[in-house]
Design a protein around this ligand. Structure first.
Ligand SMILES: Cc1cc2nc3c(=O)[nH]c(=O)nc-3n(C[C@H](O)[C@H](O)[C@H](O)COP(=O)(O)O)c2cc1C
Length: 309
């Protein structure tokens, strides 16, 4: 059976990736998962300088979901390149490095540094709901997340695309009125693929202490609670653009993964499910193949967007 798919010029051996921030830098999972079997590994987002992240508590379980406000804790670009990346590059799969920054210049600096050390693809995290974009002034003069504004999305990706040959995957925010407009702006600007969705802006209150359950007050909701909304966003975006979509949001098993592919996702990301069952990505790879065999589908690409209204 043909299981390989393409995100631009990046060829994955199968459509199953692990979502940024839910799989560390892969070494954390090496005893539990056959890392070589994954279609791709998307690393925890890195930034130019190290970040401590937000104060604790920064995780809370909610009905059918999980709230997090990690705040992009990471050791910074240089440490990633010297310590984490060499180990990642030994794994026989594609490595997609997730990067976030406050400005186009900072994004370009990170992407060019990664290009020099043979990284093939980056996921531009334009959508983290859990950090304060202090320096960023949007086109409307207000600090906000890049992927919440078409012009900001366009100008950022366009600036980066002009300065690199890497595969650029733009990670979009679901915290918008119409994600298709943002997706089209990202495509026009030169993104080779789109990753969606990041977490939904959300909060929870402890009714006994009268305190927020996250020290940051706000967090991002992930897990099964968001899946139907994410499926709709993937479906809408896949109809609107001609570049591949990497779909994610509440994928817990292979049926969920197939649902995203039918909605139009070329590849899928397993996120919160990694915390529930660390080797779930292996079962998802097998389950997708079994589904294809059962339904006499010889090429996984035939399944993409096969859903009809
Ligand atoms: C604990 C946690 C940390 C995350 N960290 C990142 C991150 O660093 N960068 C990023 O782009 N997305 C991050 N995400 C979002 C996931 O990559 C994914 O987009 C989202 O959780 C939806 O998928 P899921 O419902 O399968 O988890 C994080 C999610 C969780 C739960």
């Amino acid at each position: 059976m043909q299981t390989s798919v393409r995100l631009g010029k990046l060829k994955l051996k199968n459509p199953v990736t692990v979502a940024s921030g839910t799989f560390g830098y892969a070494q954390e999972f090496k005893e539990l998962v056959d890392l070589n079997a994954l279609g791709a590994i998307i690393t925890k987002t890195i930034t130019l300088n190290p970040r401590l992240g937000n104060p604790v508590p920064r995780l809370a379980e909610t009905s059918s979901g999980m709230l997090n406000a990690i705040g992009l804790q990471n050791e910074g670009l240089d440490n990633f390149i010297s310590i984490k990346l060499p180990l990642l590059q030994r794994i026989k799969t594609k490595i997609i490095v997730s990067v976030s920054a406050n400005s186009a210049e900072e994004f370009i600096h990170c992407v060019q540094a990664l290009e020099k050390v043979n990284v093939e693809a980056v996921e531009l995290n334009l959508s983290c709901p859990n950090i304060k974009y202090a320096k960023l002034k949007s086109s409307k003069g207000k600090a906000r997340i890049f992927a919440q504004d078409e012009n900001d999305t366009f100008s950022l990706i366009n600036a980066v695309a002009k300065k690199t040959n890497l595969v650029l995957i733009a990670k979009l925010s679901p915290n918008v009125t119409d994600i298709t407009g943002i997706a089209m702006a990202a495509e026009k600007a030169g993104a080779h693929a789109l990753s969606l969705v990041n977490t939904f802006s959300a909060m929870a209150i402890d009714i006994n202490t009268l305190k927020p359950r996250l020290a940051n007050v706000n967090g991002g909701l992930s897990g099964p609670a968001i899946k139907p909304i994410a499926v709709k966003m993937v479906y809408d975006v896949a109809q609107a653009v001609n570049i591949p979509v990497l779909g994610m949001g509440g994928i817990m098993n292979s049926d969920d993964a197939v649902e995203f592919i039918l909605a139009g996702a070329t590849a899928i990301g397993v996120g919160t499910a990694n915390f529930v069952q660390p080797n779930v990505s292996m079962e998802i790879i097998k389950g997708i193949e079994q589904y294809c065999k059962k339904n006499n589908i010889k090429d996984i690409n035939k399944l993409i967007g096969m859903f009809r209204v």
